[in-house]
Design a protein around this ligand. Structure first.
Ligand code: KIV
Ligand code: ZN
Length: 518
């Protein structure tokens, strides 16, 4: 039996992670990520902000329905409507948590909320009590705690613990803190709040100065026992503390940390890849733990050392975070049973036999083009199948391109728009440019292309290309994704998927932009 305290890993990829511009995920994608997080054994999944839109409400409810081994949480401002909506979305959760918050810094209280501090305390206490009447586990966050006055923090924390909050979260909302200072804030709060022993202290750090992980770990040294973090460090602006870095720091430096997490570390790389593929946010090659170069040794001296004795240059094993998990899972000769079994292991099930049959046909087509099929290929294939089955305004029907040295690139495209086939052709500076221009001949969307990104899903020249297209229209930003072994086709799919998102996605309320609504 370990004598160490448990470090609670609270994953907010589906909520704060989704607040990264363009990282919107649909319900099916959120459920797939939640299943991966459950396999990773995170303690809490913040599945969304239920009041923000009907879609978010349904996603929280769907995650609450499927996940059995983690707590499922919804964010809520301190308003009654937010709390009730969160409770309703969490109705079927085995272990629900409501996470309510209000800003506590002078700058936020004065300019955003326009409320005196006393009223902020009253609202927080009221919200915690209301939430506790509906679920047993309530977390309270002091938004912008990193710039709040310590005396006021102590008062509001004492009052919300008395009201029934079991977890008190101290966010560095704008990523302003420095490790020693943040650690000292946590230490002072725990020392000064008389009922601090009745709650777990949590930290939620943003990465504006690149210090989110350092600040979170420093806080653990002075008493924090929950870290809020995201896969790949996704999140608002520069992101949140990265789950993989936090977990591996605690595990690798067991000699220093008084805590241990329950994370199944071999699931880290597969989960990181899934999140990257669904959001279209690639992982930089030199990113700690999950970057392609994280365990690659370039220089001859390092390679020599690693071959003679691994620990000369490696502080962690690549296998321990799941790098070896990238094994071929299926191939050309795999049958339907093997295909379905592997998808089930990935948490993917189909609504009916037709949908499964369609996915299997696509799998066979892919296996003809590409000999080895990896989990990442299956995830991309299923995303494509689900998108194509959805009722969407635009569907890609056909595409042919001409390009080569000395030739003017040209694309001919046919797209089904509202059930009717339309064709167009265009030339451009390259085949992708020509393809996008041809699509625009049909759609005339008035959008601005903000980002075009190609990634290989796996290695090898027969790998599927995964393309992200970010479009902007009147301030709304969406990321479309497409995968195919032909990157021009993948690009067309991604562009069309972005157009569909612009026509179908409802606007969401951002939790932090509005006033408290009081
Ligand atoms: O950064 C922040 O303060 C938040 C809160 C809503 C917890 O995301
Ligand atoms: Zn945040």
């Amino acid at each position: 039996m370990s004598t160490k305290d448990r470090l609670i890993i609270f994953d907010t990829t589906l909520r704060d992670g989704e607040q990264s511009p363009g990282a919107t995920m649909n319900q099916e994608e959120k459920v797939r990520i939640a299943i991966a997080l459950e396999r990773l054994k995170v303690d809490v999944i913040e599945a969304g902000f239920a009041i923000s839109s009907q879609g978010d409400f349904e996603s929280v409810a769907a995650v609450a329905e499927v996940i059995k081994d983690c707590q499922v949480c919804s964010l809520a401002r301190v308003m009654d409507g937010d709390i009730d909506r969160a409770a309703e979305a969490l109705k079927s959760a085995v272990n629900p948590r409501i996470h309510t918050f209000i800003a506590t810094s002078p700058i936020h209280m004065q300019h955003k909320l326009r409320l005196p501090p006393e009223e902020v305390i009253e609202l927080a206490v009221h919200a915690v009590k209301r939430a506790r009447n509906q679920v047993a586990d309530v977390e309270f966050s002091c938004e912008d705690a990193g710039r709040s006055e310590i005396d006021f923090l102590c008062r509001i924390i004492e009052a919300t613990i008395d009201a029934g909050a079991r977890t008190i979260n101290i966010p560095d909302t704008v990523g302003y803190n420095i490790p020693a200072q943040f650690a000292s804030t946590i230490e002072q709060i725990i020392e000064r709040v008389p009922n601090a022993h009745k709650a777990i202290f949590s930290v939620h750090c943003h990465n504006d100065l690149g210090l989110a992980v350092a600040n979170s770990l420093a806080a653990v040294m002075t008493g924090a026992r929950q870290i809020e973090c995201t896969i790949n460090g996704l999140g608002e602006r520069a992101g949140n503390a990265s789950l993989e870095e936090v977990v591996m720091a605690v595990q690798t430096r067991k000699d220093l940390f008084p805590v241990e997490s329950g994370i199944e570390t071999r699931e880290i790389v597969p989960t990181s890849r899934l999140v990257s593929s669904i959001t279209g946010f690639p992982v930089q090659p030199n990113k700690a733990i999950v970057g392609a170069n994280a365990f690659a040794h370039e220089s001859g001296i390092h390679q020599d050392g690693v071959l003679k004795h691994r620990e000369t240059y490696e502080i962690m094993r690549a296998e321990s975070v799941g790098w070896a998990a990238n094994k071929m899972v299926l191939g050309k000769h795999s049958g339907r049973a093997a295909f379905v079994a592997r998808l089930e292991e990935l948490g993917i099930t189909f609504e009916n036999r037709d949908a499964m049959g369609e996915a299997f046909v696509r799998f066979k087509e892919l296996a003809d083009k590409k000999h080895e099929i990896f989990d990442e290929d299956l995830q991309a294939l299923v995303s494509n199948t689900i998108k194509d089955a959805a009722v969407e305004r635009y569907k890609l029907q056909g595409l042919s391109c001409e390009s080569g040295m000395g030739k003017k690139p040209k694309a001919e495209i046919s797209v089904i728009v509202d059930g009717e086939s339309q064709t167009a052709s265009a030339s451009g500076s390259g085949p992708v440019d020509a393809t996008f221009r041809a699509i625009e001949e049909i759609a005339n969307s008035q959008t601005t292309l903000q980002l075009y990104l190609v990634n290989g899903i796996t290695s090898g020249t027969d790998s599927q290309g995964e393309v992200t297209v970010r479009l902007e229209l009147a301030g709304r930003v969406v990321n479309g994704h497409g995968a195919d072994t032909d990157i021009i086709v993948a690009s067309a799919k991604a562009y069309i998927s972005a157009l569909n998102l612009l026509t179908s996605q409802a606007l969401k309320t951002h939790p932090q932009v509005e006033s408290a609504g009081v």
